[in-house]
Design a protein around this ligand. Structure first.
Ligand code: SAH
Length: 247
């Protein structure tokens, strides 16, 4: 990932929202940058960071252009391309890697961030304390049939499952379909729904999988779900999956 120029490209995870959940390394990268490029939503999350960088905002669906620009500017400048949560989880690291794989030259550093599942897990208790899977319900880049198959395999394997991109105005039907599949395998199991984790308007609900249907309107693109497995417990206060120490 070496380049000839003096520039550098940081792919920076901004974490789930709250500025104190940004890593020190991410903060330093942003402070050192000449340019910060990102989706307007994530740029807003880092507006309190003191930096002389020029901020370039972009919108959803313009990811390829954004990455091209980041590579271009990083030939001679320090550039931070920002991505919500962890850039390696449904974020910009994948696309940057595609460019590198195809031969783009740049000095790149991936700076991880706290992902939604991690903050949601702590809000609920500790439902993820064993093996778990992460499934995104977004079918923008992947056929829906493939997503359903992955979800079904994770359910079959009794993995605790973090569900990303659960619903949007356009895709509400997909969420309802996923709930039907979940209920085939997790009847009687607990699920945590966390909205706006560490952001304004943070809320969470813990219920049984068979009650999920009722929250179809509540679940949106700022929500992550953690579907507990056959061992996950909830006593009205804490949702967790025992590892076998005491329970
Ligand atoms: N790279 C991000 C995920 C990007 S995909 C990460 O590591 O977290 C976007 C999805 O992540 C959203 O639809 C939602 O499901 C989840 N998400 C991201 N931030 C969240 C937050 N603060 N609260 C709840 N869900 C969040």
């Amino acid at each position: 990932m070496q380049s000839q120029g003096k520039g550098r490209l940081y792919v920076v995870g901004t974490g789930p929202g709250s500025p104190d959940l940004l890593t020190l390394r991410a903060k330093k990268a942003l402070e050192d940058s000449d340019y910060i490029i990102g989706h307007q939503r994530y740029v807003k999350l880092i507006e309190d960071i003191k930096t002389d960088a020029e901020i370039i905002t972009s919108t959803m669906g313009r990811e390829v252009e954004r990455v091209k620009l980041a590579f271009e500017l990083s030939k001679e400048n320090i550039v931070s391309l920002i991505s919500g949560g962890d850039p390696g989880i449904y974020g910009m690291s994948g696309l940057v890697s595609e460019f590198l794989y195809e031969g783009e030259e740049a000095e790149v550093e991936f700076v991880p961030g706290i992902s939604a599942f991690s903050i949601a897990n702590g809000i609920l208790g500790s439902p993820i304390s064993n093996d778990f899977a992460v499934v995104s319900l977004s079918d923008l880049l992947l056929p829906w049939e493939e997503i359903k198959k992955r979800l079904e395999c994770a359910l079959l394997g009794d993995f605790v499952i973090a569900i990303y991109n659960p619903s949007s105005r356009k895709r509400r039907g997909r969420f309802d379909e996923a709930v039907e599949i979940i209920n085939k395998y997790r009847d009687g199991c607990f699920v945590g729904i966390v909205k706006n984790a560490s952001r304004e308007g943070e809320e969470h609900i813990i219920c049984k999988c068979e009650e999920l249907e009722r929250y179809s309107e509540f679940v949106d693109m700022s929500t992550v779900l953690i579907v507990g497995n056959s061992k996950t417990k909830f006593n009205g206060k804490i949702m967790f999956t025992p590892r076998g120490y005491k329970i």
